[in-house]
Each structure stands twice: as C-alpha cells, then as structure tokens.
Design a protein around this ligand. Structure first.
Ligand code: NAD
Ligand code: MG
Length: 395
C-alpha cells in the first residue's frame, strides 16, 4: 500500500489525484492532505478519504475544520509550515504529490526531497524559483522525482529512464515543448487590453486552477515550463523548442540524433500523467477516456506569437540571468493575483514582470533563505509597479 501525501488537495491537481487514488483503494491511500483555507471542500474530502492528517495553511481555517470534523477523530487537523514539513518527511508517507500552487509549495516539496520521498511534481513554481537548490536536495536526499506537468510527463515517457526514474539524455538532440496557445491564440496584443479574468480562465482544452489558467493565456506558463524542463532534463534553453499545438493532444516530443522524434499523445486530462507517476514503472487505469485519433483528425503546429504574448519572451530572457526565473515567477504571481482581483489589465501582467525584472538586482540565490529573500524583494517591487503605474480598469 502506497501512502500518499496530497499537497493542494482541494485544487485541480489534488482532486484529480484523489480521483485516481479512489479508483485503486488496494494500491494507494491518501494519508496526508493539505490545503490553504477552503474548509468546506476539505471537510468533504476528509470525510471521503479519511486521511490521518489534514493540514490547513490558514490557522483559522484549521480550527473551523477541526470543529467540523469532531465526529471523525481519526483525522488529526493541524496548521503550520513546520508541521507540514515534518509530515511529508515522516516514515508514514512514501509519495508526495506537490500540488500547491505558487511559491508557497516550495517548503514542503523541499522537505520531501530531503527526506528521499517519491515526489510527483506539479508545482512548477517551486522548481523554477529554487531549481539548483531543489535538484540538489533531490540528489542528496535520494528522492525520486516524477514530473506531473503534462508536457514534462510526456518528455519523461519518451525517454529511457533508470530504476530511480532518472532520464538518460545522451542521444537527445532536442526537446519539443508543446503549448496550447491558450484562449487568446491568434489575437493581437491590442485586442487583449479589455479581456476579463473569466475569459482568461476559460481554457479551450484544460480545466485547471485560476492562476495556471491565466498563465496559459499569457504564455507565462510556457516560460515557467521552459525553465522546468531545463532543470528536470538538464538542458540549456536553446536545446528546447517551443511549438504551439492548439489541440493539446501531443503533450511534447523528444527528437533523437538519428532523426527519430517520439511523442506522447493523450486526452487533455491530468489524471493520465498523475496515474503514470503514481504507478510508475507500472500502469494503472486513470479513468480517462481513450484517445479517439480519428475523431481528433487534425494535429496542427505553429510558432508562438511573442509580440502578442511578451511574457514568454520575458521568461526566455530571465532564464539566462542569475535568479531571473525566481524574480519572473514571483512578479508573475503578484501580477496574476492583481489581474484576477480586477486591479490591473491582462496586458499589464507582462509590464509588471518586465518592470520587476528591471527594478531588482539579479543574483543567484544560493540558499533557501536567499531564495525566500529574492522572492520577497521581487514581490515588493511588483507591488509597487501595480500601485504606482496602473489604474484599475473600467468595470
Ligand atoms: P488550484 O488553484 O486548483 O489549487 C491550488 C491548491 O493549493 C489548493 O488546494 C489550495 O488550497 C492549495 N494552496 C494554495 N496556497 C496554499 C498554501 N499557502 N498552503 C497550503 N496549500 C495551499 O491549482 P492547480 O491548478 O491544481 O495547480 C496546482 C499546481 O500544479 C500549480 O503549481 C500549477 O502550475 C501546477 N499544474 C497544474 C495543472 C492543472 O491542470 N491544474 C497542470 C500542470 C501543472
Ligand atoms: Mg503544462
């Protein structure tokens, strides 16, 4: 029986993970579940999955949850970063699903790496902000790192891997990272000024949390994924080609030196990569409908439009700078939250990121403290950009 800690249990990744776990009650059990403050959702999930521990990021939410679950004494409710660090490192957990959104997911994921757990990584922001530190923790802790992000999962599936899940890159010429292009593919930058959060979150192919949905719409997500692929597969950015593929059926490709290109195809449903990682090196049913290739009929590919979507170009520059992606990711988080709150326009997101990258001394953070300090400094600069430079869009 695999004991799984599901971090971000109430989110899109968390729910997809719990759905796969529920299909295989003799193989997997969610023993730890963590979320931020959505008490109603967490209560319902705890009643269904009966974890040993439920951890809320928000202390107030934890006390409400504890009251609500008074009739289920087997679930211990708690709150706090230290408690979560200890729980994911505990011997009672062997697999950790990193499904918290944003920089907040870094600490528990690092703790899992140091403790040598099997890590199913969805939280790309943690890797992007602290890549060197995180990969070092995976190596020294003896952790197994399996990418859940659909593109990186596709890459992993198209590569020879050793018994620890480490890919062998020796004959690889290029990684081809596919992008859906998001809901605004084909539109001009000028036409994007007035788009609403609802429009930005209406992804044509995937159902995801709001932050990553906006990232998909700006193509910032592909910038984060470029950095993610560099860390996971030990590549330089120029060894990775980004191609827009609007159908989201080919999830990425690996081109080998002999001219062969391998691709992984599937429905745009995160339960497939999650099930792959949970069961690896075996395969289990994920509850996903089989891909009907005749019905899909067409697979289109085109170059990304960097003029309409400058976030990707900004990421391609930031990735070459020391600490650049830590700053990019922090500024992006702040800007996306402001856009979702109605405080800035969609087209202000890249301006906030660009202003933050310009307004900060870029240095390579060598420790967790340094990463946290650089992240916070970037957030402060990004907040100033938002407060000083932009006015609230018309309602
Ligand atoms: P979501 O918004 O649906 O869920 C986020 C989860 O994180 C929630 O459970 C929330 O309670 C929890 N959380 C947020 N802040 C927290 C905190 N401070 N402490 C504890 N928990 C906290 O997001 P999502 O779409 O599931 O995405 C999660 C991560 O997975 C992101 O990093 C995203 O980039 C990545 N990812 C998601 C998808 C997808 O299809 N949704 C695909 C690839 C990668
Ligand atoms: Mg992805």
């Amino acid at each position: 029986m695999r004991q799984v800690a599901v971090l971000g249990a109430t989110g899109s990744i968390g729910r997809s993970t719990l759905d796969v776990i529920q299909r295989h009650p003799n193989r997997y059990r969610a023993t730890v579940m963590a979320a931020h403050r959505s008490v109603d959702d967490m209560e319902a999930l705890c009643r269904t999955h009966r974890p040993l521990h439920a951890v809320m990021g928000d202390p107030q939410a934890a006390s409400v949850l504890a009251e609500r679950l008074a009739d289920v004494p087997s679930v211990a409710v708690s709150s706090g970063a230290e408690i979560l660090d200890d729980l994911v490192a505990d011997a009672a957990v062997d697999t950790v699903v990193a499904g918290i959104v944003g920089f907040a997911g870094l600490r528990p994921t690092l703790s899992a790496a140091r403790a040598g757990k099997i890590i199913l990584l969805a939280n790309k922001e943690a890797l992007v902000s602290a890549g060197g530190l995180f990969m070092e923790a995976v190596r020294t802790g003896g952790a197994t790192l399996l990418p859940v992000d659909s593109e990186h999962n596709a890459m992993q599936q198209c590569l020879p891997v050793d018994l620890e899940g480490r890919p062998n890159m020796s004959d690889v010429e290029k990684i081809i990272l596919t992008a859906s292009g998001g809901p605004f593919r084909g539109r001009s930058r000028a036409s994007l000024d007035a788009v609403t959060p609802e429009e930005a979150c209406a992804h044509p192919n995937w159902s995801m949390g709001r932050k990553i949905s906006v990232d998909s719409a700006t193509l910032a997500n592909k910038g984060l994924e470029l950095a993610e692929a560099c860390w996971l597969f030990d590549r330089r950015p120029e060894q990775i080609e980004i191609v827009v593929h609007p159908q989201s059926i080919v999830h990425s490709m690996i081109r080998y030196r002999d001219g062969s290109t391998l691709a992984q195809l599937g429905q745009p449903d995160m339960r497939t990569p999650i099930a792959y990682c949970l069961a690896w090196p075996e395969r289990v049913d994920a509850g996903v409908a089989p891909l009907d290739i005749v019905a899909a009929a067409r697979l289109d590919f085109e170059a990304p439009d960097l003029e309409a979507f400058p976030c990707l170009a900004l990421a391609q520059w930031a990735i070459t700078q020391p600490g650049g992606m830590c700053v990019f990711s922090a500024a992006n988080e702040v800007a996306v939250a402001a856009f979702l709150a109605g405080d800035i326009r969609f087209t202000d997101i890249d301006k906030v990121i660009a202003g933050t990258l310009q307004g900060i001394d870029l240095v390579e953070p060598e420790s967790l403290d340094a990463v946290q300090a650089l992240d916070q400094a970037a957030r402060d600069v990004a907040d100033k950009q938002i407060a000083g430079c932009f006015t609230r869009p018309e309602a």
